[in-house]
Design a protein around this ligand. Structure first.
Ligand SMILES: Cc1ncc(COP(=O)(O)O)c(C=O)c1O
Length: 358
């Protein structure tokens, strides 16, 4: 079986963890600080605040950016539930809008039409590692006086017109979950250029304290441990090489796969292929996926149910592109552990299944 995703962890990560364990300093400490300083290079030198998950990063980013009770936040419905859950956890109301069909990201025209007097923020997701339409979204947010945030959980080192994701919004959130392009085990990072937002994030993750027992605000314990940061630091050094190999794998798949729609890349965009997602048209996607699995090609559907229709939200909305893509999308293996032989097997199997069903 060629796995759909495969975290790559080696001796360097093991040694880094061992170093922390031997130091006796396990909770947030010097490794977290170093991880933050080093991650800043990925986001044009912005402040970086490491936390215990991508979900905590989103949740705290909303609070630090001033989103609170009843504030509407425009988000895509075609994403992982954490995108919208975190709006609710901060007391806000997610307003789900449609995506555009090429890059599966939030449609700026749909954002514009969803703005109400209660709208406070817009949060695109750089889905699958492809940057959202940040130029248009920045223009809308500055014209309508809205806070622009970024869910960059899947898009470490992606960029648009030379600007890295995580350096567009007031704040952006990354995830280091094991299947992401780099991992710390579990973990997240919030990035911001705003000194006050950065300070608030640091307070929020540590019970509202900068100085011990002088709690300034009500906060959480969302700290990252030095054990996780040590893994993240090693992985960060490998990110550029892994990204290149994801891009080369994607190029091979693009050039050789037939009978399905392969993922396009927008002008000026650097896609980091957290997922390589095809659209199966003219045949049943679930049958296509089952056949790939039967023939040893790991795959995944991200996401079969748009967030607004999940039992946790239970909304009935008219989002036609979201619904169409949710029924057609299928992610194939693209991770750096694939060999040339694996890539050829993926291509021949996909082409076979596509032509058999056509
Ligand atoms: C788009 C998106 N947002 C948020 C998250 C939440 O990150 P985490 O699992 O680290 O909490 C994830 C990943 O799981 C994600 O894919």
């Amino acid at each position: 079986m060629i796995p759909a995703a495969q975290p790559i962890v080696g001796d360097e990560e093991r040694e880094a963890v061992d170093r922390v364990l031997r130091s006796g300093m396990l909770a947030q400490g010097p490794e977290v600080k170093a991880f933050e300083d080093e991650f800043a290079a990925v986001v044009n030198g912005r402040h970086c605040v490491a936390v215990n998950s991508g979900t905590s990063a989103l949740h705290m980013a909303f609070i630090a950016a001033g989103i609170g009770a009843g504030d509407e936040v425009i988000v895509p419905s075609f994403s992982f539930a954490a995108t919208a859950n975190s709006v609710c956890l901060a007391g806000g109301v997610p307003v789900f809008v449609d995506i555009e069909e090429n890059f599966f990201n939030i449609d700026p025209a749909a954002v514009e039409s969803a703005i109400t007097p209660r709208t406070k923020a817009v949060m695109p997701v750089h889905l699958y590692g492809h940057p959202a339409a940040m130029v248009e979204l920045q223009a809308i947010c500055s014209r309508r006086d809205l806070v622009l945030l970024e869910d960059a959980a899947q898009a470490h080192a992606a960029s648009l017109n030379g600007i890295p994701v995580g350096a567009f919004g007031v704040a952006a959130s990354f995830s280091f979950y094991p299947t992401k392009n780099m991992t710390s085990g579990e973990g997240g990072m919030v990035t911001t250029a705003d000194d006050r937002v950065a300070r608030k994030l640091r307070l929020l993750r540590n019970q509202g304290m900068e100085r011990r027992y002088e709690n300034e605000i009500i906060g959480f314990n969302t700290r990252m441990t030095d054990i996780h940061a040590a893994i993240g630091r090693v992985q960060l050094k490998k990110l550029a090489g892994w990204t290149k190999s994801r891009q080369e794998n994607a190029r091979f798949l693009n050039e050789n796969i037939r009978g399905v729609i392969v993922p396009p890349v927008a002008t000026g965009a650097e896609h980091v292929y957290h997922q390589y997602t095809i659209r199966v048209v003219g045949q049943d996607r679930d049958a296509f996926a089952a056949e790939l699995t039967k023939r040893g090609i790991g795959n995944g559907v991200y996401y079969p149910t748009p967030i607004h229709r999940l039992p946790s939200f239970g909304l009935s909305l008219d989002l036609p592109t979201t619904e169409a893509v949710a029924a057609q999308c299928l992610s194939l293996p693209v991770h750096p552990a694939l060999s040339q032989g694996d890539l050829e097997t993926i291509v021949s199997t996909v082409n076979d299944v596509a032509s058999a069903g056509a």
